[in-house]
Design a protein around this ligand. Structure first.
Ligand SMILES: Cc1cc2nc3c(=O)[nH]c(=O)nc-3n(C[C@H](O)[C@H](O)[C@H](O)COP(=O)(O)OP(=O)(O)OC[C@H]3O[C@@H](n4cnc5c(N)ncnc54)[C@H](O)[C@@H]3O)c2cc1C
Length: 206
């Protein structure tokens, strides 16, 4: 396992059971949908369309496009496929107002088949009479499920570097995000990265 992956997890000798050490932790009030809906207000949005089904048409819509899909797919897998880990979500609605008292509980034991249980209402201090929980099971990735986490081992990183070299030569495509840059981002990091990309690519427009 590359050192940077294990370095994402803080080691602490305290009783602080938060995932990270950040002073402020949480999600935007109303959730991320509210945030993205606000950002996209007044912009045409089309859902459930696959860029690769009509690449030429989408490329013609603007002088620059932001591509957030898989970079290996963008280049027709010419250097081979990048690998991912996936997940299987098992969701249940329970007839209780509180299941685990916390938005997230991790399970690290080998004998337990899921890695964590999310209890969604606690992200927003919900007071509903019922509760929705999700068990997250690790899953192999193939074309039938979602590519969630890049596997940044040496082989995949070397393959990615070859795709990145091609991407660096593109002037009309901005490759952004976890699939196009083949790296793990937390939400605050991906938002920071998007803002940085705006500065880099559109500075001259201001
Ligand atoms: C299971 C899981 C749990 C996570 N938990 C946390 C957490 O607790 N805290 C935290 O800070 N971060 C968490 N993250 C990370 C967070 O989800 C990511 O940082 C964020 O979603 C990355 O944004 P992105 O724009 O790079 O990618 P995405 O959010 O995946 O956006 C990429 C978009 O591109 C679209 N797309 C891809 N291919 C195509 C195509 N061919 N045609 C059209 N559209 C396409 C996708 O549909 C998607 O909408 C988690 C991630 C996962 C997978």
């Amino acid at each position: 396992m590359p050192a940077f992956i294990i370095k994402r997890l803080p080691v602490r000798f305290t009783y602080d059971n938060n995932y990270f050490n950040d002073a402020y932790q949480g999600i935007p009030i109303g959730g991320y949908n509210k945030l993205t809906e606000g950002l996209l207000e007044g912009t045409e949005v089309r859902l459930n369309e696959n860029y690769f089904d009509n690449k030429e048409y989408y490329d013609s819509l603007a002088p620059k496009i932001v591509f957030t899909g898989k970079i290996d797919q963008y280049y027709d897998y010419q250097f081979g496929k990048l690998q991912y880990r996936s997940l299987r979500f098992d969701q249940q609605t329970l007839d209780t107002d509180n299941y685990q008292g916390s938005a997230l509980v991790n399970y690290t034991e080998r004998e337990i088949p899921y890695t964590r249980i999310i209890e969604h209402k606690h992200f927003e201090f919900g007071t509903q009479p019922k509760t929705v929980i999700t068990h997250e099971h690790p899953a192999e990735w193939d074309e039938s499920n979602e590519p969630f986490y890049p596997i940044n081992d040496q082989l995949n990183n070397e393959t990615y570097k070859k795709y990145k070299a091609l991407a660096d030569e593109e002037h009309n495509v901005i490759f952004g995000g976890r699939l196009a840059e083949y790296r793990y981002y937390d939400m605050h990091q991906i938002i920071g990265s998007a803002l940085k990309k705006v500065e880099t690519h559109f500075a001259e427009a201001n």
